[in-house]
Design a protein around this ligand. Structure first.
Ligand SMILES: CC(=O)SCCNC(=O)CCNC(=O)[C@H](O)C(C)(C)COP(=O)(O)OP(=O)(O)OC[C@H]1O[C@@H](n2cnc3c(N)ncnc32)[C@H](O)[C@@H]1OP(=O)(O)O
Length: 389
């Protein structure tokens, strides 16, 4: 019999990490590891499944905020450390954890990064945003013109102190982005220490610091140097362009790799757009609309005739209902629906990464008046988070 409990103390948190890591085929945390991981445990947000006294499954969330289309920022739960002990899988342990977690979340929306694509749809998470991994041939990469601002390289201690403040002051600039919590920065600092030669460069414009990158250069046995950009954050286009000028001019580097938004205009920076090659497109944001009326009201809509959308949510039936979505807002109605959609697929269209028409074409949903629905949910830019957790 599986029982779900909220964990409260450090010993339980450490056992939680061990169960999760084992599910991911990693060993338990060392004492040094544990010092870094502990700050990522937030009271009341940590759940575990038990069989008697045995901990057999885990999940937790971090309190954060998320930008939605139109620019509003809403409280958000970042879901992480989901794992079930291999000797207990496929007996409903994750189902019990997810059910309990969703019923208790204080936030109207949750996102996660999925280890596998078939796990989370049944719990109402939809694939809402993807990233594009690009490789830039640095030897041929020429950006015309000079920087408009200036860049400076930081020492590790300085970076550890400045980056959380700078990230917060830059704020969220694109739908899909989330704020970072103290435990996120502790893990990031630890990963940089592991990487040893991780480099942080900050950009300043007329109003002060307004962007940064963190990267690492590795050298293979053929003396080929690859720069991997781990973090690329900027408040404006000048900072973005100047930081690209900087990385494209670092000596010895043959190739630069970075994850960007699907519609990132990076190719247009270079005199020869072919220096940018898309290596991969991969799912990033799995979105769970926990409070559907609140989340539908939080975003803005494009110009189109209103449509009535019927939402089905087996885990959170308070969301079940028909919503009339119009450019001037959303209201619950009893009218006949134009479209009927499960909550995971409403999550998939929420950020505009996919459309109602595409879902109908693939027979995932049924509906009419698709041109209006697509126009209402259309967005000027694709979602991208850029914060891995
Ligand atoms: C946000 C993150 O942390 S991502 C990391 C997720 N964790 C991992 O990948 C670690 C390794 N895997 C595991 O720990 C487990 O297999 C989990 C957590 C993915 C699933 O836990 P389980 O307790 O086995 O899930 P549960 O028994 O509740 O399964 C519910 C349903 O999902 C299906 N399901 C569960 N996992 C998978 C999977 N990996 N692939 C396909 N279907 C799956 C089950 O078959 C079941 O379907 P059914 O209701 O039709 O019978």
């Amino acid at each position: 019999m599986t029982e779900i409990r909220v964990l409260h103390d450090e010993a339980q948190f450490r056992a939680h990490t061990t169960v999760f890591r084992r599910a991911m085929h990693m060993g338990p945390p060392s004492d040094d590891d544990w010092k870094v991981v502990l700050p990522s445990y937030e009271p009341e947000r940590v759940l575990a499944a038990f069989d008697g006294d045995e901990m057999i499954g885990t999940t937790q969330s971090y309190g954060s905020s998320l930008m939605v289309p139109g620019g509003a920022v809403v409280p958000h739960a970042a879901i992480s450390r989901v794992g079930v002990r291999a000797d207990y899988t496929r007996r409903g342990v994750l189902t019990a954890l997810m059910r309990e977690q969703l019923s208790k979340l204080p936030d109207p929306v949750a996102t996660l990064r999925a280890s596998e694509g078939r796990i989370y749809g049944r719990f109402g998470y939809g694939l809402a945003g993807r990233w594009r991994t690009v490789e830039v041939d640095a030897k041929r990469a020429v950006i015309a013109g000079a920087m408009t601002g200036r860049v400076r390289m930081l020492g590790q201690d300085e970076a550890d102190k400045l980056l959380p403040e700078l990230h917060e002051s830059i704020g969220l600039t694109r739908p899909g982005q989330i704020s970072r919590w103290a435990g996120w920065w502790a893990r990031a600092r630890d990963r940089k220490t592991e990487a040893e030669n991780s480099v942080t460069v900050v950009h300043s414009g007329p109003d002060g610091d307004d962007g940064f990158i963190t990267y690492k250069v590795t050298t293979d046995k053929n003396w080929k140097h690859e720069m991997s950009i781990k973090d690329f954050v900027c408040a404006n286009e000048d900072a973005w362009r100047d930081l690209w000028i900087y990385v494209s001019r670092v000596d010895l580097v043959d190739q630069i790799e970075v994850d960007v938004a699907l519609d990132d205009p990076v190719s247009w920076l270079f005199e020869d757009p072919r220096v940018v090659h898309t290596k991969d497109i991969f799912d990033e944001i799995w979105l769970r609309l926990v409070d559907v009326p609140r989340m539908l009201a939080a975003r803005t809509y494009g110009p189109a005739e209103p449509v009535v959308i019927e939402v089905r949510d087996t885990l959170l039936p308070a969301n079940d209902g028909r919503y009339r979505v119009a450019p001037d807002g959303v209201e619950r109605v009893e009218d006949q629906p134009d479209i009927t959609i499960p909550v995971d697929l409403l999550g998939a269209v929420y950020f505009g990464d996919t459309t109602f028409s595409q879902l109908v074409a693939t027979k995932r949903i049924e509906g009419t008046r698709l041109a209006d629905a697509d126009a209402l949910f259309a967005v000027p830019c694709k979602p991208f988070c850029g914060t891995f957790f």
